[in-house]
Design a protein around this ligand. Structure first.
Ligand code: GLN
Length: 198
């Protein structure tokens, strides 16, 4: 069984743990950098990206998270986690992990639509996925190696680039675990490839 960490500094942590466990993997809440070593994959939850970044810095996570991704270990960033993964953030020169070749816009769905739910087709994963958006970002553009898996109102909201998966909504807030199941498969493939190359 693979072990998936949920970055436990801020945000929607517990619901992710539950959906990882329901998807057939072991889940660990990650609060200390030492815990990264025991993981096969990592989920960065939704919350507030600026707050999460502050905590990432104060607990010394930044370089280790970047190395985690660069080593080929799968990362799933949801909502604020999407912003943390992005190489470019609209309106600022600052980035966080800068691992995924996407350009994002924060709070992209406007004030009146701060929070809403839609039924979304996600390519290869779900014909209709109950997607809960909360002050969500969207992806404005993607690099060559990035596959767009879903759009909503012409805005990109789910994408994958190799071992990085991201979505603009909160997949952990409904009982639908199909996106997390997809991520668990990515992590299983990664750890099998690793095992066969050793
Ligand atoms: N639900 C969320 O994760 C919201 C993200 C938040 N608006 C941010 O910019 O970080």
């Amino acid at each position: 069984m693979v072990t998936i960490g949920v970055l436990g500094l801020q945000g929607a942590i517990r619901e992710h743990v539950q959906s990882v466990e329901e998807s057939g993997a072991r889940a660990v809440i990650v609060k200390r950098v030492e815990q990264l070593q025991e993981l096969d994959g990592l989920i960065i939850p939704g919350g507030e990206s600026t707050t999460m970044r502050r905590l990432i810095d104060s607990y010394g996570f930044l370089d280790l998270l970047i190395q985690f991704g660069q080593a080929g270990k799968p990362i799933f960033g949801t909502c604020a986690g999407l912003i943390l993964l992005a190489k470019e953030i609209e309106g600022t020169d600052q980035t966080h992990l800068g691992l995924m070749d996407i350009r994002v816009r924060r709070n992209a769905f406007g004030r009146q639509r701060e929070s809403f739910e839609v039924n979304l087709p996600v390519k290869g994963i779900a014909e209709g996925f109950e997607a809960v958006f909360i002050r969500a970002p969207h992806i404005e553009s993607v690099g060559e190696g990035v596959e767009v898996l879903a759009t909503y109102n012409d805005k990109i909201v789910v994408a994958q680039e190799g071992h990085y998966l991201t979505c603009a909504f909160h997949p952990e807030l409904t009982d639908d675990t199909r996106l997390v199941q997809h991520f668990v498969k990515m992590v299983e493939n990664y750890s099998q490839t690793l095992a066969s190359s050793n």
